[in-house]
Design a protein around this ligand. Sequence first.
Ligand SMILES: [Zn+2]
Length: 259
Amino acid sequence: MSSERQYRKQIVHYGHMLHERGLVAATDGNLSVRLDSGRILVTPTAMSKGMMRPSDMVIVDMEGHRIAGRRNVSSEIGMHLLIYRLRPDVNGIVHAHPPTATGFAACGKALTQPLVCEVVIGLGCIPLAQYGTPGTPELADALEPLVPQYDAILMKNHGVVTYGADLACAYMKMETVEHFAKITLVSHLLGQEQPLNDQEVEKLIVARSKYEGAKSAAPMPLANGAGNGERSRDVQAARESSSQRATSSHSQRTSSRHR
Ligand SMILES: [Zn+2]
C-alpha cells in the first residue's frame, strides 16, 4: 500500500509519460488515484501534464469538493467520480486525447474489430460513448452504461478514458488503446483486415481470466457493428448488468453470444 506522497509522485510520473508520448497536448488530460473510500487525489486544472510537481495535486471528496491543495481541481473531476462510484475495483484513472484513438472517436468509430489477440484479452474491445459536453451530466450519462463492463472507453469528439486497479494499469491501458488505434488504422489503409473469427475470440475470452489486470467482462460486439455508439445489444447488456459484475455470469453470457 503506497502512501499519499508516493501517489503524488506516481501521478507526476505518468503525467510526464502522457506528455512525452504525445497522448496529450497543452494542458489536456487528467489523472487521479483513490486514496481511500472518501478521498480522491487528482491533477489540477490548466496545467501541462509534463510540468506538474507532487505539491500541485488536489484532494477532493466523493462529491468533488476540494479538501486539500492550493490549485483548482480538474474540470473533468465528475467523470472520475462517476467511474470510482460505479467501479469499486478501480483505484486509478487516466484521461487523455491520444491523436489516433481520438481521431476514431471524432469519426464516430469504436475500436471493436478483433484484430490483435492481446487487445482482445486485455480490453475486449474499446466502445464509443456518445458526445457529452465536458464537465456536465450529459457526459456522465453517456459513459454510465459502459463503465461497468469496459476498462477503456472512447469519448466521441473528445478523447479516451482508461482505468484500473492502480494508476500504472490505467496508464498502460491508455498506451494500449492508442497503439491499437494505430494498428487498426494501418490495417484499414492496407485494406485487407483479417479479424479473428468468433471461435478464436471466444478462446481468448476464456484465456482472459488467467491474465492479471483483465477483470472486466468487456463483451465483444456482434458482427453487426454494435459498439459504434448506437444503443447496441452490448451497451444494453452493460446497462442491465451494471450492478452484477460476477465474472461467471459474464463469461456464460459472453460465450452464449458467440455460439
Ligand atoms: Zn478531455
